[in-house]
Design a protein around this ligand. Structure first.
Ligand code: NAD
Length: 349
């Protein structure tokens, strides 16, 4: 007996790494960043509808593996993501990810996707959305401390969304800075490699820290942060893993994604648990002020939240389908008679 043809619902659209690369090249990195930023902003504006929970983290001595779920009642998404700072020494990446978008009414997946590239895009898009609301007006120069996998995405998002025209690069590993400068050549950005964090922040109105080190590091000392600077701190995203001197946080206005998660993972783990912060969605909806003076130091304490991945997957679902780039993946067992799952095995013989 031949097995009946599986129904189309059994086949889940799959966006592979190759498909994602083709999509990004087709649309252009900056278009992807702008569109993902728009999707993130749309979802942050309807923040109260989302199910929210701090991500579920499994820690080890060398890293963390996390699950990041959320739902708006119609769609559900989760991401599997790791963070292993020592991986690059073994030729592996610090952060890799994949994720699923599903329908809430049936529970059937709508999309399975690579999310290593998508995470870099959505992280940079989120940083730029925050900076657009918080950075000083007319900012043109950004210091970029940590020139690894996320760095070019950050530089290009700040160019596309915030009008940055110069990036000043610093990494403890000069090879990472050289790689970043090489990749950004020809993008229209003026790229200035620097020999120290102190040199990188000279003349910068925005400072991005995206280093990877599983400890309480001080990548940015208090004396390096002048009045009016916006700090986009994205590398401190795990308990015991921070980048900023606590004195910076004590004199800054601090903005978070989902505060219960950021208290565990962000720079603010260094502060009292009731230290006041503002959530970014409140600023984007006008419920709370962003920057209140030109001299204020603002910090976006970005750790990455599930709603950003939800928005990015929602964007990818539409874009990959429109470009015909999703492959049908035989993922869901779908017997003719839904109660005859066992019969599928018999018929397969
Ligand atoms: P990566 O390992 O590719 O690059 C990190 C770079 O930081 C390396 O080049 C390293 O040499 C450099 N570095 C380490 N300590 C430094 C220091 N004291 N000063 C200057 N440079 C230093 O990692 P990545 O994928 O680019 O990720 C960077 C960080 O961002 C990681 O900590 C990661 O967990 C985090 N991250 C956060 C989010 C988010 O949403 N907030 C998303 C993705 C990644």
């Amino acid at each position: 007996m031949t097995a009946p043809a599986p129904s189309p619902l059994a086949f889940v659209p799959f966006v592979s790494v190759d498909a994602m690369l083709r999509l990004v090249r087709l649309l252009g990195v900056e278009t992807c960043l702008r569109e993902i930023a728009e999707a993130i902003e749309q979802d942050f504006r309807r923040w109260p509808v989302f199910d929210k929970t701090p991500r579920i983290a499994a820690h080890s001595a060398v890293g963390v593996i996390e699950l990041m779920p959320t739902s708006d009642g119609e769609l559900y998404a989760f991401k599997y993501v790791n963070g292993h700072p020592a991986n690059t020494r073994a030729g592996l990446q610090t952060v890799t990810a994949f994720g699923v978008l599903a329908r809430v009414d049936t529970g059937y997946p709508l999309l399975l996707a690579e999310m290593t590239l998508l995470t870099a895009l959505r992280t940079a898009a989120t940083s730029a959305v925050a900076a657009r609301a918080l950075a000083p007006a007319g900012a043109q120069v950004m210091a970029l401390i940590g020139n690894g996998a996320q760095a070019e995405f950050q530089a290009l998002a700040f160019r596309a969304l915030c009008g940055i025209d110069t990036v000043r690069l610093y990494d403890t590993d000069p090879a990472a800075t050289a790689k970043c400068a090489r990749n950004l050549a020809g993008t229209g950005l003026t790229v200035v490699p620097c020999a120290s964090a102190a040199a990188a922040v000279l003349g910068a109105q925005i400072i991005t820290t995206c280093t990877a080190d599983k400890r309480r590091a001080t990548v940015l000392h208090d004396n390096l942060v002048g009045a009016g600077v916006h700090i986009n701190a994205i590398g401190g995203d795990c308990p015991g893993k921070t980048e900023l001197a606590p004195a910076i946080l004590r004199r800054a206005a601090i903005f978070t994604e989902y505060t219960p998660q950021t208290r565990i993972e962000g720079e603010i783990q260094q502060l009292d648990p009731d230290h006041p912060v503002t959530e970014l969605w409140q600023v984007l909806t006008g419920a709370a002020p962003g920057r209140t003076s030109a001299a204020q130091v603002t910090v976006f304490d970005g750790v990455g939240f599930a709603v950003e991945d939800f928005a990015a997957l929602r964007w990818l679902h539409g874009r990959a389908a429109a470009a015909g780039l999703a492959q049908p993946l035989d993922l869901i067992a779908d017997p003719d008679d839904p109660r005859d799952l066992y019969g599928m095995i018999l018929r397969a013989g």
